[in-house]
Design a protein around this ligand. Structure first.
Ligand SMILES: NC(=O)c1ccc[n+]([C@@H]2O[C@H](COP(=O)([O-])OP(=O)(O)OC[C@H]3O[C@@H](n4cnc5c(N)ncnc54)[C@H](O)[C@@H]3O)[C@@H](O)[C@H]2O)c1
Length: 263
């Protein structure tokens, strides 16, 4: 099949919904085989079956090394190589401020968002080495760039993976393994167990305050991931690609005080 990822094999964590699902669908439409790895064993298989022959699902909890090794083994067994690893699974954003966030919630956020990404690199890199190189992508967040009061644990986890990406990119560049992250702004997904009503409220809010005049959708991040996965980004490593409709370039308080000033 022709396409920007023709012949490539991609492993996508958190691929059962939201950003990961949109990316799995897009990657497959660009010619890739995709292994959807997610802890959600009801939606994940459905997404894989929707995509068809090019996709498989493996139930995976990215907090556990055995699971992560298993997802890579499944992709390798199915298609004989791995070229792209998208460490996208993440939780958080609803944990409360530093005083109120329970310790076990902090631990979960840290384990999924940091340890899960580290395991995805640790056990994925040998596969990319065998393929002669490849691309690792991580979903960070604008929470790594600007303070988001009320979700300090989430912010810390996303800041950590931006730092991890920089260091790991330096380690593996000579082996033709590129490692980058994407920092999404607000994207209309169910992240943090948001209801459809909450998603719509958020969509409206960001339509008013994002400089581009709309909120982010999962396909916006999938498109960024496609670029980083493809050979079109072959000179790019160790970077964070901000996809936020201009949110972090603007002081939202200015919009509040001065009124909406977009032409
Ligand atoms: N939606 C946003 O506004 C936004 C903004 C910035 C960053 N992000 C990040 O984008 C990524 C994807 O989130 P989303 O918005 O698509 O939300 P989502 O909840 O739709 O998707 C997250 C997926 O990760 C899976 N997952 C959670 N814990 C897991 C685990 N331990 N092992 C395996 N899978 C697990 C979930 O089952 C789910 O399918 C996350 O890393 C999130 O932090 C989202």
């Amino acid at each position: 099949m022709a396409g920007r990822l023709a012949g490539k094999v991609a492993v996508i964590t958190g691929g059962a919904s939201g950003i990961g699902e949109a990316t799995a669908r897009l990657f497959a439409s660009e010619g890739a085989h995709v292994l959807i790895a997610d802890r959600d064993a009801s939606r994940g298989p459905w997404v894989a079956s929707e995509i068809g022959e090019a996709a498989r699902f493996v139930q995976t909890d990215v907090r556990f090394g055995e699971d992560v090794q298993g997802m890579f083994a499944a992709a390798d067994e199915a298609w004989g190589r791995i070229d792209v690893i998208y460490n996208n699974a993440g939780v958080g954003g609803d944990e409360g401020n530093v005083r109120d966030c329970p310790e076990d919630r902090y631990n979960l956020i840290s384990d999924v968002n940091i340890r899960g990404v580290w395991l995805g690199m640790k056990y994925g890199i040998p596969h990319l080495e065998r393929a002669g190189g490849g691309s690792i992508i991580v979903t960070a967040s604008i929470a790594a760039i600007t303070g988001v009061a009320g979700v300090a644990a989430y912010c810390a986890s996303k800041g950590a993976v931006v730092a991890m990406v920089r260091a790991a990119a330096g380690e593996w560049a000579s082996k033709h393994i590129r490692i980058n992250c994407i920092c999404p702004g607000s994207i209309s997904t169910g992240q943090g167990s948001r209801s459809e009503e909450q998603i719509e409220q958020s969509r409206q809010y960001f339509a008013n305050y994002n400089p581009v005049g709309r909120s982010g959708e999962p396909i916006d991040i999938a498109n960024a991931a496609l670029f980083l996965a493809s050979d079109a980004s072959s000179l790019i490593t160790g970077q964070k690609l901000v996809v936020d409709g201009g949110w972090t370039s603007l002081d939202a308080r200015y919009v509040e005080v001065m009124g909406k000033r977009f032409p």
